[in-house]
Design a protein around this ligand. Sequence first.
Ligand SMILES: Nc1ncnc2c1ncn2[C@@H]1O[C@H](COP(=O)(O)OP(=O)(O)O)[C@@H](O)[C@H]1O
Ligand SMILES: [Mg+2]
Length: 373
Amino acid sequence: MAQKIRVAVLYGGKSGEHEVSLQSAASVIRHLDRGRFDVVPVSIDKTGLWQLNDLNTIEQTAGSALPIRRNAPEVRLAAQPDGRGALLPVDGAIPGVRDIDVFFPVMHGPLCEDGAIQGLFDLTDVAYVGSGVLASAVSMDKDVAKRLALQAGLPIAPYVTLKRRDYESDPADCIEAARAKLSLPVFVKPCNMGSSVGVHKVKSWDQLKAALDDAFRYDLKILIEQGIDAREVEVAVLEDEPLFVSVASEINPDPRHEFYSYEAKYLDKDGAAVDLPARIDDVAMARVRVLAAQAFAVLECSGLARVDFFLDRKSGEFYFNEINTLPGFTSISMYPKMMEASGVPYPELLTRLINLALDRHRQRHSLLRDYAP
Ligand SMILES: Nc1ncnc2c1ncn2[C@@H]1O[C@H](COP(=O)(O)OP(=O)(O)O)[C@@H](O)[C@H]1O
Ligand SMILES: [Mg+2]
């Protein structure tokens, strides 16, 4: 039998979405095909400490979220000359793990999904699942992603961006500029977050300042966006030739929540109802799937992405809202569910993502890295 592919699953992370990652990774580890893969669990705590975990211990705990263990040995990522990676002990007390074929960052949010960790993987010259530095970074920045999407002809909701320095020097002027361009309600959101952290629906202008102050706790750049009376429609995309695009689903946040907030997403088990497939007509379904593929392509994504749209209840128009290059992977997350509903079961999805990562790494390795005229 062929040798198993060694996969290091990274979870946790120095991010506001640390807890979500612990759930996503529990699910990924459970679904990885053990006939093919040798799984190495690596946690990253909230201070950024990498620790090697024991798979058996993790499997015995079998909860819906992986634990971060204080006493697990600290490791660092190291390159091997053969293009694989190693996780070496920091204090030499354990042997560490070598010959890691591929890294699977099952983490969300800044530093995890925005190109930072992807840059570390590139510097170490190892294979990893998902988008590279460029796509991760531009997709994470809601402003840059929308600008690129707009340029490719995808409709977006009107918005203004605000830098913290400008806001601090003249808040009244900044608020005035937003009022001139947008009408209520508006949404205030940090440019580089996720899971609705720091997102506010503003229904009267005198609430705007408090919303901005809060959003600026999370980011140096924020968006003030035109609120749309919209249905929320999502599509999962998997890299293939041509791209594999799932059926769309619709998220219906419970009316008790003003919008699809952090509470509705993670704390309230009845926070939202899902329609999979979305109850939209065939024309709308076809349209949103095309838009999702366009977004994936224009943002130069690799591997996977979940693309989120607003469907304007009045005009019937779709607006590109955001793209997630490392979408949630919990057992109830939309990305794996949409893929499953489209004929790609969770374990097969993981296998395909890992094969794509290995293939991309091989292709990049075939490039010349020096120049001899
Ligand atoms: N322009 C908007 N119009 C209506 N609802 C919005 C708008 N922007 C955000 N929302 C609501 O806020 C939620 C979170 O915003 P989103 O931009 O998706 O950020 P995140 O990356 O945190 O998910 C959305 O799912 C939606 O419910
Ligand atoms: Mg969102």
